[in-house]
Design a protein around this ligand. Structure first.
Ligand code: ADP
Length: 408
């Protein structure tokens, strides 16, 4: 007993083959109606089990061609379908001459029972031969009706899926917007809090520093060296804390400040930053080489000046003792973006710290002369201006801070 199974899905073919072979049937396969027809005309089969929806030639057409062929119409034809499952689909299949109409998935036991039933009826000559519709046109009309019906079903299903998807996207967008708003709100609260704490700290701190300075001025001469050193420490520590509060305030101001981007000359921003720290540059015999001309970038001027001031300041701070700082500032343009490089000849930064140094309070050595906020300010400032900042470095040979901005 030889069965031809027709299905475009390999997993369906595999399952059917296993099932039928387990009952001793010989099995051959075809992946669409056209291939099935070729095989049917070449070999002898006792049964065809065919899917309906397949490329090239579907199961309805195959059934129609088998049942209108004098040579093939005796072969029982079973439709096994997952998509065309309505009673009208079954009616069409039956009117074409199908002996069975099974809906996927049918339990293996039930499936085999029905197949065997169809075969035994066929052997007894029951229900066969079938009388196909007299006119080809009748078949075509009914067939088209089923196809159109299926298309309508499919397009309705797609519309429903689409609507559900749109609804899901809307809900997700709303949730993301709400989460971002919430986060921004919390951030603002946190920054406002940091800013007010910093202000509140500053007043008593200045009180301490002021009184220590008066003490030093009025009674310094009468203090013994040890006591004088204590008072000097108080003054220095207070100044250091004042600096820290300044940095914290700059950082929190950056988040709250309105940033208006407009074309700013890089050259003048670097120049102004250098002026801000000129005392320290002279003190350290620092050399600054600006590779002119530098292009303009889209930025907010005071913030851009602060970025360069922090970078130049670090380039002077983190140097080898016997090597005077030498800083190069250069820029290049490509595709509407400007890349600025601030290169120094300082101590350099080990690879594992190159990302961390941009985080708040990250200093690489406890003895380093800062608070670990300078580069956090640089990154936040650059990002608020739509740019990026990274660092490349060779420990012992210097570092290059690479900034990227939109062309101004
Ligand atoms: P700080 O207030 O300590 O300068 P920064 O945030 O500016 O804080 O820098 C963080 C750390 O990154 C510094 O403590 C230092 O270890 C390292 N660093 C920053 N700039 C340089 C540089 N140009 N060369 C070497 N190390 C640097």
């Amino acid at each position: 007993m030889k069965v031809l199974i027709v299905d475009d899905r390999p997993d369906n073919l595999y399952l059917l083959r296993q099932l039928l072979e387990s009952r001793g049937f010989g099995v051959d396969e075809a992946v669409n109606g056209r291939e099935a027809l070729t095989k049917l005309n070449q070999q002898k089969f006792d049964l065809v089990i065919s899917d309906i929806m397949m490329p090239e030639m579907d199961g309805f057409e195959l059934c129609h061609l088998v049942k209108t062929s004098d040579a093939l119409r005796q072969i029982p034809f079973v439709v096994y379908t997952a998509t065309y499952t309505s009673s009208k689909d079954e009616a069409l299949a039956r009117s074409l001459g199908a002996s069975g109409f099974l809906v996927k998935p049918t339990e293996p036991h039930d499936f085999l029972r029905q197949i065997e039933d169809i075969i035994s009826k066929a052997e007894k000559g029951e229900a066969l031969p079938h009388q196909p519709p007299a006119e080809e046109q009748t078949f075509l009309r009914q067939y088209n009706e089923r196809l159109i019906h299926k298309l309508e079903d499919k397009s309705l299903e797609l519309e429903q899926k689409n609507a559900a998807l749109e609804e899901l996207t809307r809900t997700l967008e709303q949730r993301v917007r709400a989460a971002v708003k919430d986060l921004e709100e919390r951030n603002r609260e946190l920054e406002a809090f940091a800013s007010s704490v910093s202000h509140d700290l500053r007043r008593p701190l200045r009180g301490i520093a002021g009184r220590a300075a008066i003490l030093m001025e009025e009674a310094g001469a009468t203090l013994n060296p040890e006591h004088r050193e204590h008072v000097e420490r108080i003054i220095n520590t207070a100044q250091e804390m004042d600096g820290l509060i300044d940095s914290l305030l700059s950082y929190s101001r950056l988040s709250m400040e309105e940033i208006a981007l407009r074309p700013i000359s890089l050259e003048s921003a670097v120049q102004r930053a250098a002026e801000q720290i000129s005392a320290r540059m002279e003190e350290n015999k620092a050399q600054l080489n600006i590779h002119r001309p530098l292009p303009s970038v889209r930025a907010h001027e005071p913030v851009l000046v602060q970025v360069f001031a922090n970078l130049l300041d670090n380039a002077i701070k983190f140097t080898e003792p016997d090597r005077p700082p030498c800083i190069e500032v250069s820029a290049s343009e490509a595709s509407g973006r400007v890349t600025v490089v601030v290169r120094d000849n300082g101590i350099g930064i080990a690879p594992e710290f190159r990302e961390r140094i941009f985080e708040m309070f990250q200093r690489l050595s406890g003895a380093s002369p800062g608070h670990g906020i300078g580069l956090a300010i640089v990154r936040k400032a650059v990002e608020r201006m739509g740019g990026t900042v990274t660092v490349e470095s060779k420990p012992g040979e210097g570092s290059s801070f690479i900034l990227n901005f939109a062309r101004g």
